[in-house]
Design a protein around this ligand. Structure first.
Ligand SMILES: Cc1cc2nc3c(=O)[nH]c(=O)nc-3n(C[C@H](O)[C@H](O)[C@H](O)COP(=O)(O)O)c2cc1C
Length: 200
């Protein structure tokens, strides 16, 4: 059975717009065909900023790691294993101050690992994750999609491609702090149905 990993990143967890849309998308996906669902709520697991000590633990051979280094290395190792085992990623993605939630950045800092999820070749970086679909449910208070100010979407495309995730679809719910919130959510739900019909 195919596995879907749902990564929610709203600081509001279940009350977040992006979180609700991501969970709705997964329910619709599940209605189409049976899937195994794995959930990761980054607001709940409280990943700290990456530190030199944690990176040094990655660089130390497994057999040479201290007990503390084993603990530190297991944070990234477990997140990568969870990511590698998924066929589809569904990501709830709020825009916070033009960027991604810092919890998501802390996750990225642990899953982008040289030799495991990317390599540098003579021609530049090569992503090592393969054959996964990614759907991003992007919730924003304002309206930015398709404009030069939407650096969040470009960052997500670039960093996911860096580790080999190139099949990425965005569904936007924008203007959620403006008058058109209901219409915007309805449009996002229609986009979900369209994507499910076309690609799943
Ligand atoms: C700390 C913070 C920063 C925000 N920054 C932006 C922003 O830069 N651009 C924007 O359009 N909306 C911004 N918003 C509004 C959120 O994108 C909007 O409330 C969205 O629904 C958040 O997703 P969520 O409900 O899943 O948390 C911000 C909200 C918060 C709490």
């Amino acid at each position: 059975m195919k596995k879907t990993l749902v990564i929610n990143t709203s600081l509001q967890s279940e009350a977040g717009n992006s979180n609700q849309l991501a969970n709705e998308f997964v329910s619709k996906l599940e209605n189409q065909s049976p899937i195994q669902i794995d959930e990761l709520d980054l607001a709940k697991i409280q990943l700290p900023h990456l530190t030199q000590e944690e990176m040094a633990a990655w660089m130390t051979a497994d057999s040479a790691r201290s007990e503390e280094q084993q603990k530190l290395a297991s944070i990234s190792n477990n997140l990568i294993e969870q990511l590698q085992s998924a066929d589809t990623l569904v990501i709830g993605m709020p825009m916070y101050n033009f960027g991604v939630p810092s919890t998501f950045k802390a996750w990225i800092d642990r899953v982008a690992r040289a030799g495991i999820t990317f390599n540098y070749s003579e021609n530049g970086p090569v992503g090592l994750l393969k054959d996964k679909k990614v759907v991003i449910l992007a919730a924003r208070g304002g309206m930015y999609a398709g404009t030069p100010k939407d650096s969040q979407s470009q960052y997500l495309k670039d960093v996911l491609a860096f580790i080999g995730l190139t099949d990425v679809e965005f569904i936007y719910a924008e203007g959620l702090n403006m008058a058109n919130k209901d219409q915007s959510l309805a449009d996002a739900r229609q986009s979900m149905d369209d994507l499910l019909t076309a690609a799943y």
